[in-house]
Design a protein around this ligand. Structure first.
Ligand code: UTP
Length: 292
């Protein structure tokens, strides 16, 4: 069965980005002028996904409003003859069907995915973390969806990280299959570099068979008292093969300040309306601050 729905968990408290995230959802932080969540939704749509299930929480209604019509703003833009902006604003609301679900308490990523069960039902689905952007023309997600089509099993994105960094991630024990594809034997939580079974880290894109929901139902709170998605994947591994699809570039974890800065600078440089001016500014800055 092909994948029609994507769940985007965006109900976390964003504590790493306080005070900005006290009243504004982390997933609304813009990269120049495009909110992070819009990158994530655009990636899902470009991969062929038809329905987006947005998991939000208290104080995060702006995420849902962003994908709604905005009649007053649209009327204002129409009256001023700002047709390009009007088309852009309307397009955001019309390009896909967004279903909003409330995670009543932020009890972890696994809990957020489980909250989406009534909207997903008994079919395979993708999960895209709402604070992780991929600048790759949806190549990774499309490859993961193809892999699911071929094997009918769950697929998790994995990224090779420096050995010393693996302690910050969930790490997979892999069995090589084909280029970019491994069969996952087990998942280990934030291992010490010397104990890690590999340097492949689990990263925020997944395609799941619906059986992940039963696994999420059965797990108990793990690290930090939260329901961990990776614990459910470990349980799923007992009855179904789970694949790891590796990729190399294009990922920014916007919840991390340094990645937010990297994304802002790199994507601004690529913009036709800003790139040249910004490049000149950066070149001058490098000189003035003696950066190299
Ligand atoms: P993170 O762990 O990066 O988000 O979760 P967080 O908890 O908001 O961040 P910090 O550590 O406090 O800064 C990855 C994604 O999962 C969502 C988040 O909104 C984020 O998009 N999430 C996390 C939920 O939807 N619910 C949760 O209970 C936790």
């Amino acid at each position: 069965m092909s994948v029609r729905k994507a769940v985007i968990p965006a109900a976390g408290l964003g504590t790493r980005f306080l005070p900005a995230t006290k009243a504004i959802p982390k997933e609304m932080l813009p990269i120049v002028d495009v909110p992070t969540i819009q990158y994530v939704v655009d990636e899902a749509i470009a991969s062929g996904i038809e329905h987006v299930v947005l998991v939000t929480g208290r104080g995060k209604d702006a995420l849902v409003d962003h994908f709604d019509r905005a009649p007053e703003l649209e009327q204002f833009l129409a009256e001023k003859g700002k047709d390009d902006l009007l088309a852009m604003v309307r397009d955001i609301a019309e390009k896909c069907e967004v279903i909003a679900i409330r995670q009543k308490e932020p009890r972890g990523l696994g809990h957020a995915v489980l909250a989406a069960r009534p909207a997903v039902g008994d079919e395979p689905f993708a999960v895209l973390l709402g604070d992780d952007i991929m600048v790759d023309d949806s190549r990774l997600l499309r490859s993961m969806l193809d892999c699911h089509e071929r094997y009918g099993r769950s697929v998790v994105a994995v990224l090779e990280v420096a050995r010393n960094d693996i302690k910050n991630y969930w790490c997979v024990s892999p069995e090589a299959m084909e280029e970019n594809l491994v069969r996952i034997r087990s998942i280990v939580e934030k291992p010490k570099p010397e104990d890690a079974p590999s340097n492949l880290a689990v990263i925020g894109r997944y395609v799941f068979t619906p059986e992940i929901f039963d696994a999420l139902d059965r797990i108990t709170p793990g690290a930090g008292g939260e329901l961990q998605l990776t614990d459910a994947i470990s349980l799923l591994l007992q009855t179904q093969t789970v694949f790891g699809y590796s990729f190399e570039t294009g990922r920014y974890d916007i919840g991390k300040k340094i990645d937010f800065l990297r994304a802002t600078v790199e994507l601004a440089l690529d913009r036709p309306d800003l790139g040249d001016e910004f490049k000149a500014f950066l070149a001058d800055l490098v000189q003035r601050r003696k950066i190299v």
